[in-house]
Design a protein around this ligand. Structure first.
Ligand code: FA5
Length: 350
């Protein structure tokens, strides 16, 4: 460690400690400050002392001397306050008041800001709002009707496998008993997709419907560069007379070109989702290649029937995109895990 750095650290500590002693309100607060700075095991002074070992050998005498001076300074400040008479304390207060110079330029604290995923969510709401989509919400702890059944995912469907979902523990399990014959179709789970909100909305509203829903979803996926066990999705649903795949592509293209502000190409690959027919994977062009953003399709007539709509009267388009992936494409982030390490050096870039 460079000498200058060590000395700067000492000076900062001295200033902080003296100010903390002088402003401690009562004997208990004073003792707490003493422990914080002078505590033998984990006091701040002790921590700085450890840095002494890392100072270059030639600088050690200077560093050691200054360390001892600062230690004495802090100890004296403590004693001065601890044994001050009432009159001394009054003087001190007056002195502190005089020391405060309001003309000295302030130190601007480093401002926090919204997490990049929250920023992306806000922007997506804004763009989709301009396309006429209103906001809908649903719970993160969901029942199986909304997460599976109504989405045309029957009881024996592999998507309901306990290995692929976070089911809530049953009352028996919480009580430490072995689970009874409770059928796996009744428990609640952390929703695995925001498509649940499609059902909740259609149960409440008659067509035309034009909503988006954004939020967290959960899957026991192993974390890697593009997967995380908790992530966010944006769901879109438009149900009206004569809605077609062409509308789906237009909505996604409009959304993508507004969000990415470049000429994004959208590619549909044939796929399968139980709740849409036909179904597609949605890819967006990126660096001469493609990145998968989500799934989409035309709402399956069975789903429309499950919520009491008439598939002869209305059709619907639906899509569900991964918000982390959208944010990664926007900022060139190559590893999804960075979002959730809470490392401010990463978060401050956005
Ligand atoms: C779905 O979740 C469908 N509900 C999408 C849908 C909605 C289809 C409406 C049709 C109609 P999928 O499992 O493919 O589909 O997930 C959609 C997107 O979520 C993926 O393309 C990806 O961008 C993102 N995603 C999926 N798993 C993870 C994960 N573990 N971590 C991060 N993002 C993920």
């Amino acid at each position: 460690m460079a000498l200058a750095e060590f000395l700067a650290e000492l000076d900062e500590l001295a200033c902080e400690a003296v100010a903390a002693f002088e402003t401690a309100g009562d004997a208990d607060a004073l003792e707490a400050v003493r422990i914080k700075f002078l505590g033998a095991k984990s006091g701040r002074l002790r921590a700085v002392q450890k840095g002494l070992a890392k100072v270059d050998k030639a600088d050690k005498p200077t560093a050691g001397k200054r360390f001892n001076e600062v230690k004495k300074e802090i100890e004296e400040a403590f004693a001065r306050i601890k044994f001050a008479t009432a009159e001394d304390k009054l003087h001190l207060q007056e002195e502190i008041a005089v020391r405060l110079d309001p003309t000295v330029p302030g130190v601007r604290p480093r401002l926090g800001h919204l997490h990049p995923i929250t920023q992306t969510i806000e922007e997506l709401k804004d763009i989709m709002g301009r396309l006429g989509f209103t906001l809908a919400e649903g719970p993160e702890v969901e029942d199986q009707w909304h997460n599976f059944e109504a989405l045309n995912i029957p009881a024996d469907h592999p998507a309901r496998d306990p290995l692929d979902n976070f089911y809530m523990a049953t009352a028996e399990k919480v009580a430490g008993k072995s689970p009874s014959q409770t059928p796996p179709t009744t428990g609640r789970l952390l929703r695995s997709q925001t498509s649940t909100v499609q059902i909740r909305v259609m149960e409440q509203l008659r067509p035309p419907v034009r909503i988006i829903s954004l939020g967290r979803v959960y899957r026991p996926d192993t974390a890697d560069a593009t997967h995380y066990p908790m992530f966010h999705q944006i769901e879109g649903l438009l149900v009206d007379r004569r809605v077609t795949m062409a509308d789906l592509k237009s909505v996604l293209r409009l959304f993508a070109s507004s969000f990415f502000e470049d000429d994004v190409h959208i590619r549909f690959r044939p796929s399968f989702f139980p709740f849409t027919e036909p179904s597609v994977e949605v890819d967006m062009s990126w660096h001469g290649g493609w990145i998968e953003m989500g799934g989409a399709g035309m709402v399956d007539p069975n789903v429309l029937r499950a919520v009491g709509y008439d598939p002869e009267e209305v059709t619907g388009l639906a899509f569900g995109l991964g918000i982390e992936r959208i944010c990664m494409r926007r900022h060139g982030i190559t590893d999804i895990r960075e979002f959730y390490k809470n490392d401010v050096r990463f978060l401050h870039q956005f």
